[in-house]
Design a protein around this ligand. Structure first.
Ligand SMILES: Nc1ncnc2c1ncn2[C@@H]1O[C@H](COP(=O)(O)OP(=O)(O)OP(=O)(O)O)[C@@H](O)[C@H]1O
Ligand SMILES: [Mg+2]
Length: 353
């Protein structure tokens, strides 16, 4: 369904080059929910925005490939944005023609974003337009994309979607404005808007972080139900590994802008730690873990500090915090993301041990 290959996203800022995302590769198979997990600042949102073809920050620089089916949504972008390693200095040099780049991006994503790919965000209230009624916000894209021919038809469709996302009194909600609804209701409305265009892929960036625990469960269950019933593929971004346990089929673990490991969620649930990346282990050890007979074990915080995005450590980005680091290789050379078993990819020099 979706294949991201070698995605990179940099910001050229006054303080220097911020490498938010580097060499990120993963897949979202048809009808699956893939969890993208990592600490704050690891590059999850930038990955989501870049994948959806949204321009990130003004001087955003993106490279790599994003395949939707067999179509590369990044094709031609490299002609207006080149990232080269400047010889000798270890610095990067960027040449970008912003106007050309934006036009190419818009052309590539025309008929894709908002129709084949939809997105929902962390703050539902701020993603809805405060000036327009819910009816207008759901029906407008349906009319614009030609999915409905009349306002009446679009209104019928909107009501149907509000029922699907379990909104009580949908007629009343249709004539409401965002400030008249609770956060949970706004997120249901966002989900209705996102789903109404019948996307093949839904990107959900921390869709429940701003909501309380019971509403969180309801929204995530709804998301899974829509995924199963309507076979929409989902990229679910979260910093909460427990959400990954309960709601995803596959997991991608990010650290300092890199994918460190990816595999099935069933593997993540397996309490054995020896076949997991040291960072994945550290993440698992930092949350209560309930699996079969094993209840909460002793919790430990991930040791050390998050990396400075302007100065990601040389070598393995996790090496300053890693308990398994040995020798110069971990400190000097970036390990490749290797497939060590079918579907299991790891970025670690010591995986074989
Ligand atoms: N528009 C922007 N301009 C400059 N830097 C940015 C911009 N957006 C993100 N960044 C930087 O890119 C890095 C990755 O940020 P990102 O928002 O993707 O992290 P995240 O994993 O989503 O974190 P969180 O869990 O807190 O949402 C961070 O260092 C962040 O400061
Ligand atoms: Mg984020």
């Amino acid at each position: 369904m979706l294949r991201v290959e070698g995605l990179r996203a940099y910001f050229s800022l006054r303080q220097g080059m911020l490498r938010a995302v580097e060499d990120v590769s993963f897949e979202v198979p048809v009808g699956r929910i893939v969890g993208l997990v990592g600490e704050s600042g690891s590059g999850k949102t930038v990955t989501a925005y870049s994948t959806a073809g949204l321009e990130i920050g003004r001087p955003g620089i993106i490279g790599g490939h994003v395949f939707l089916g067999d179509r590369d949504l990044f094709s031609g972008l490299e002609q207006s944005c080149r990232i080269d390693a400047a010889a000798g200095s270890g610095k990067t040099r960027v040449r970008k023609n912003s106007g050309k780049w934006s036009r190419q991006l818009a052309a590539n994503y025309r008929g894709v974003r908002g129709s084949r790919i939809s997105m929902i965000f962390q703050e539902p209230q701020s993603s809805l337009d405060p000036l327009f009624s819910i009816e207008r916000q759901i029906t407008e894209p349906l009319l614009r994309h030609g999915q409905c021919r009349s306002r009446r038809e679009a209104r019928g469709e909107a009501l149907e979607w509000l029922r699907t996302v379990a909104i009580h009194a949908p007629e009343r909600v249709l004539s409401s404005y965002p400030h008249e609804l609770s956060g949970g209701m706004c997120q249901r409305v966002m989900l209705a808007i996102a789903m109404a265009s019948r996307p093949q892929l839904l990107i959900a960036d921390e869709p429940t972080t701003a909501l309380d625990a019971t509403i969180q469960v309801q929204i995530l269950s709804l998301l899974r139900q829509l995924n199963r019933q309507r076979s929409v593929s989902v990229l679910l971004i979260t910093h909460d590994i427990q959400i990954v346990y309960h709601y995803t089929d596959l997991v991608v673990v990010m650290y300092a802008g890199y994918v460190m490991e990816r595999n099935s969620t069933a593997w993540l649930l397996d309490p054995r730690l020896e076949d997991k990346h040291p960072y994945t282990r550290a993440l698992l050890a930092s949350v209560p873990y309930e699996q079969g007979a094993i209840k909460v074990r002793r919790l430990t915080a991930v040791q050390g500090e998050s990396p400075n995005p302007f100065d990601v450590p040389q070598g393995c980005p996790f090496h300053p915090r890693c308990q398994m680091v040995v020798g110069e290789q971990c400190r000097r050379e970036l390990p490749p993301l290797l497939e060590i078993a079918p579907g299991h990819h790891v970025r670690c020099w010591r995986w074989s041990e």
